[in-house]
Design a protein around this ligand. Structure first.
Ligand code: HDE
Length: 713
């Protein structure tokens, strides 16, 4: 089979324009002689209406912005490819999954949900994880999130959820934050959201990097094989770099120091050849097992524990090229869960069914025309021929007089494809039911998997969830909302609720005071369902944790180390650590009081990458202070102390050797350092190989959370 990996790049290159060695022209191709002055009646006179060059330039500028996405406005994307490692022809006839080694070009966009396009990357939020596959059979979009479940069960509640979480309408505050009354008011009346709330209050919602997140298709989909047999499927992306987060205090500080933290991280990783990679896995549930589990496969607030159905890896995705133009590619890309290819189909998940309507509809207002599929980044590499015509900004010049089917004047073309010729056909599911507005009783369990999630977490992770809830509910001003939330939390775990309550200075209400159906007011009970708790058949699952997540490996590839120096620094120590880091594909950055250079102990010079003013501990994964007497001049430096304090507070590896050890021994946190803290590495011997190895091994553990006070224990 032909390999289409570069097909999309080839296609995009037709549309590229680069002004190098070219004349400046108008949009009509007329060469411009003066781009600095408008046409005037005399040097000091009024501008003339006839200045078509000025008018064209300003009119274009006036129309440069398009509406941002209603949700997922803030995002970053990259090109890459998907390669099949384990084909699954017995499960699906989708061409791009048929042959080991077959590569399909992709464009992947990551995003936050609630904030505006210019909001911070590090908001506590779900991350979007959308992949557009440019397959030979047409576009396939897997439009998922980094959390495997969702807040609500029915599409009808989506506008309410989003209105509640977005900045409040009267004063448009707060930006990119769920910590406010309207969000928690809604959640406290929606018990079905409790599983998702556990995930969003966990560190999954503050990833260290887009490259260190899992991705999930969330809904149950169908795979259809050549014989027409269907299986249910859940999609998973497993990151090669493991699943990691930052600390919440750190996330907030990053938002100030570098709101583009994730965007820059993705860009730099690809730019420096550290291509992010994920494995694509599937959980297959045979059709016969549709009703086998204690949860409903169609309920998007439930996941299928990997202990019940293991994840089988089918391929890998590598992102290896940054976009050339953010607007043309990342902003104009239009995803849609309804973009499927033969061999993939939908389930009756009512949230998915609603999405199938929403995405084309939103592109019509965002991109302004039903021709959005003609924008280069959205174009299929499979040929497109149909009788759709005209509309705003039509690119295609359809020739001939026939634009209808059936026709005889065009020889019947373009003609329909038989199923054997690759024509799409929907799974023939038998549907025989009353038309109702309602919800299946099998959706009534609102707490079973919230408990499973909480019980699966390590005590550090439980402590982080408690802290997150104290923060979020602490920002809620209406006491009744906090109280309702404590009631709901007590249904997940009494201890959790009690500990959150302490932070709020409140008491957990009794079960009788807790609304367990949607809406508290008696007059709006229509169609609402009483919540139940159905115990999960799996007691605990490591795949749900971040700290024990099976994706984690001790790699430090692409991590950043702050190397803090002053004049007199040991050149050997700096060279040694930089070399050791480079070997692991990690990077050491030199930080000093001022930019420029520092003079080493051997009278050499080292280039300074950042000053204390332009860097901050929260932008690095670890800190190292190499030997050198000059460092003592910084001992009283507030910036250095803040740097080290943050690194300690955020549980990062901190190392020093030789004379620099003195800096750590008088740091404000020195009295707290214990012998068990393998993340504090102090060495008297300078530039030793074993020191570098110890440092790298410690970084491989990511964080030393045991330093923090644990609220759960
Ligand atoms: Fe979306 N969602 N969504 N969503 N969604 C959009 O489409 C919508 C849902 C997701 O990088 C919008 O092009 C409805 C679940 C991602 O461009 C919009 C419902 C999941 C992205 C829309 C949902 C998602 C979107 C806004 C409930 C996880 C970003 C702009 C029925 C599986 C795609 C756009 C990108 C974007 C509607 C629920 C994921 C308005 C109505 C569940 C990753 O069409």
């Amino acid at each position: 089979m032909e390999n289409f990996q570069d097909e999309k790049q080839r296609e995009l290159s037709f549309n590229k324009s680069d002004g190098t060695n070219k004349f400046l022209t108008t949009d009509q191709g007329v060469k411009i002689n003066d781009d600095n002055n408008s046409l005037k009646a005399g040097e000091r006179g009024p501008s003339l209406l006839e200045d078509f060059i000025l008018r064209e330039k300003i009119t274009h500028f006036d129309h440069e912005r398009i509406p941002e996405r209603i949700v997922h406005a803030r995002g970053s994307g990259a090109h890459g490819f998907f390669e099949v490692t384990n084909p699954i022809p017995e499960l699906t006839k989708a061409g791009f999954l048929q042959e080991a080694g077959l590569k399909t070009p992709v464009f992947t966009r990551f995003s936050t949900v609630a904030g505006s396009r210019g909001s911070t990357d590090l908001a506590r939020d779900v991350r979007g994880f959308s992949v557009k596959f440019y397959t030979q059979e047409g576009i396939y979009d897997l439009v998922g999130n980094n959390i495997p479940v969702f807040f609500i069960q029915d599409a009808a509640k989506f506008p309410d959820l989003i209105h509640a979480v977005k900045p409040e309408p009267h004063n448009e505050m707060p930006q990119a934050a769920s910590a406010h009354d309207t969000f928690w008011d809604f959640i406290s009346l929606m018990p079905e959201s409790m599983h998702m709330i556990m995930w969003v209050m966990s560190d999954r919602a503050i990833p260290r990097s887009y490259r260190m997140m899992e991705g999930f298709g969330v809904h149950t989909f169908r795979l259809i094989n050549e014989a027409g047999k269907s299986s249910f499927v859940k999609f998973h992306w497993k990151p090669k770099l493991g699943t990691h987060a930052v600390a919440w205090d750190e996330a907030q500080k990053i938002s100030g120091k570098n709101p583009d933290f994730h965007r820059q991280d993705l860009w730099e990783a690809i730019d420096t050849g550290n291509f992010p990679e994920w494995e694509l896995g599937v959980q297959i549930i045979p059709s016969e097992d549709e009703e086998k589990y204690e949860f409903d496969l169609l309920d998007p607030t439930k996941l299928v524990p990997e202990e019940l159905v293991p994840v089988t890896i089918v391929g890998r995705m590598v992102l290896n090229k940054n976009p050339d133009n953010f607007f043309a590619e990342t902003e104009q890309i239009a995803f849609h869960p309804g973009h499927v290819v033969p061999g993939i189909d939908f389930s009756n998940d009512p949230l998915l069914q609603g999405r199938l309507f929403s995405y084309t509809d939103t592109q019509l207002s965002r991109l302004g025309s039903p021709n959005f599929h003609e924008i280069p980044i959205n174009r299929s590499v499979a040929p497109v021929h149909n009788n759709q015509r005209d509309g705003h900004m039509r690119q295609e010049i359809n020739v001939g007089r026939v634009s209808y089917h059936p026709n005889s004047l065009g020889g019947g073309c373009p003609y329909q494809a038989k199923i054997a010729e690759g024509g799409f056909s929907s799974f023939e599911e038998r549907v025989d039911a009353h038309k109702i507005r309602g919800r299946s009783e099998s959706f009534a369990d609102h707490f079973g998997q919230a408990k499973l999630f909480f019980n699966s977490q390590t005590s550090t992770e439980k402590s982080h969830i408690i802290k997150a809830l104290r923060f979020e509910l602490g920002k809620v001003e209406t006491a009744a909302i906090r109280l309702r939330m404590l009631g709901l939390l007590s249904q997940v775990d009494r201890d959790l609720a009690e500990k959150v309550a302490v932070g709020l200075g409140m008491k957990v209400p009794s079960i009788l005071e807790t609304p367990l159906n949607h809406g508290v007011s008696p007059e709006n009970e229509n169609g609402n369902q009483e919540s139940k708790t159905v115990a999960s058949s799996v007691a605990s699952s490591d795949a749900l944790t971040m700290l024990k997540n099976p994706t984690n490996t001790p790699t430090i590839a692409s991590r950043k180390v702050a190397i803090i120096v002053a004049d007199g620094v040991s050149e050997a120590a700096v060279t040694n650590i930089k070399k050791a880091l480079l070997k692991e594909d990690a990077k050491g950055c030199i930080i000093a009081k001022n930019l420029g250079t520092v003079v080493t102990d051997t009278d050499g010079e080292i280039h300074v990458d950042f000053s204390f003013l332009t860097a901050s501990s929260v932008l690095f994964d670890a800190v190292y202070i190499p030997d050198g007497l000059g460092i003592n001049t910084l001992i009283e430096n507030d910036d250095l102390n803040e740097f080290l304090n943050d690194a300690y507070k955020h549980c990062k590896v901190i190392a020093a050797d030789g004379a620099a050890s003195a800096v750590l021994s008088i740091a404000p946190f020195a009295s707290k350092i214990t012998n068990q803290d393998d993340g504090m590495i102090i060495n008297s011997e300078v530039a030793s190989e074993s020191f570098a190895q110890k440092f790298i091994a410690a970084m491989g553990k990511h964080r030393f959370w045991e330093r923090e006070p644990n609220l759960y224990n």
